[in-house]
Ligand binder design. Structure first.
Ligand SMILES: NC(=O)c1ccc[n+]([C@@H]2O[C@H](COP(=O)([O-])OP(=O)(O)OC[C@H]3O[C@@H](n4cnc5c(N)ncnc54)[C@H](O)[C@@H]3O)[C@@H](O)[C@H]2O)c1
Length: 306
């Protein structure tokens, strides 16, 4: 018997890449799965309502249970419909894996308003909307039952959140938004039996093989295939299992043979004090000597030692 026997899962963006593997992995553990996907291209263009069904067919031919949902994660009505589809078809919801997304890269000099808005929309609103309806269901169920639910919410961010590549300002801002959103959900969820975590994967999918990262993500001719997406997906499934019930509010990086737990953002750092209100002189008197010893940060979070 699988570790998720009887559980009900929704996976967004599950027709391709990592989402497909999450759906297959959850189903292999016994979960019944709503396979959501809008069937768009790697840049978010187009639409193919049959994309999710292909993964449903794969799950069924392996002996699992699944239904397709071809809605848009960032549309409130579609997001509500996706959560409802799980509850109406399988009688419950236990797992939401927010995964859907796409990239439209460019520096701030080149990105258009639409390229900014569409990437923010699919990631931030596309995590917010399904999470809103899942969390609302879990809170109500917990109140009705008078006991905690079995709820697992996984969000998908990116190391772009940590390192902020200048060629992805829309994507890195969106992924940072997902991390903060999920940390808040983790704090709420603990009252109702819901865990919420974020995973930052590295994997060879169409997202990483159609742009400038293609060379990095190539399959090596020999040795361990670090970027095979099959290395990243098991952590998502693990976080959905009963064994992970104490894991909540964390950010993970996963690739190859590594899992990293990212330190929480640290509000403690260099601290400066004034006796009165700050003004330009007192600010410079305090901050000037500190920054004189430091270089501007040009490589993400790696701050040179003072
Ligand atoms: N591949 C990596 O190395 C990597 C690294 C960091 C983060 N991620 C994140 O992992 C997630 C999955 O990416 P992937 O690499 O598997 O890419 P992918 O393009 O293979 O899969 C993304 C899926 O999302 C679907 N989708 C897009 N917009 C949608 C919408 N509005 N509604 C429903 N479905 C929609 C697409 O149709 C596609 O099937 C994304 O959130 C991505 O940002 C991936």
């Amino acid at each position: 018997m699988g570790s998720l026997e009887g559980k009900v899962a929704v996976v967004t963006g599950a027709a391709h890449g990592l989402g497909r593997l999450h759906a297959l992995g959850l189903a292999a553990e016994g979960a019944r799965v709503v396979v959501n996907d809008l069937g768009v291209a790697a840049d978010g263009s187009g639409r193919d309502d049959s994309a999710a069904q292909a993964v449903v067919d794969e799950i069924k031919s392996a002996g699992g249970e699944a239904i397709a949902h071809s809605g848009d994660v960032a549309d409130f009505a579609d997001a509500e419909g996706m959560i409802q589809a799980a509850i109406e078809t399988y009688g419950d919801l236990n797992i939401l894996v927010n995964n859907a997304g796409f990239t439209r890269d460019g520096t701030i000099f080149n990105l258009t308003e639409d390229e900014f808005d569409s990437v923010m929309r699919v990631h931030v609103k596309g995590h917010f909307a399904p999470s809103k309806f899942a969390m609302t269901y879990w809170r109500q169920k917990s109140k009705n039952d008078g006991s905690p639910v079995y709820g697992r919410l996984i969000s998908t961010a990116s190391e772009s959140y940590l390192f902020a590549p200048p060629g992805q300002p829309n994507y890195s801002a969106a992924k940072a938004g997902i991390v903060s959103l999920t940390m808040g959900l983790a704090q709420l969820g603990v009252r109702y039996g819901v865990t919420a975590n974020v995973v930052l994967p590295r994997a060879r999918t169409r997202m990483t093989t159609t742009g400038p990262t293609a060379a990095i993500f190539q399959k090596p001719e020999e040795g361990f295939d670090n970027f095979a997406p099959e290395n990243a997906s098991p952590l998502f499934v693990y976080l959905c299992t009963p064994q992970a019930e104490r894991v909540s509010g964390y950010v993970f990086v996963v690739w190859g043979q590594q899992v990293k737990v990212v330190d929480r953002p640290n509000p403690n750092g260099a601290m400066f004090q004034t006796d009165a209100s700050w003004n330009l002189e007192t600010l410079h008197a305090e901050l000037g000597p500190h920054f004189e010893k430091l270089e501007p940060v040009v490589d993400g979070y790696t701050v040179p030692a003072a």
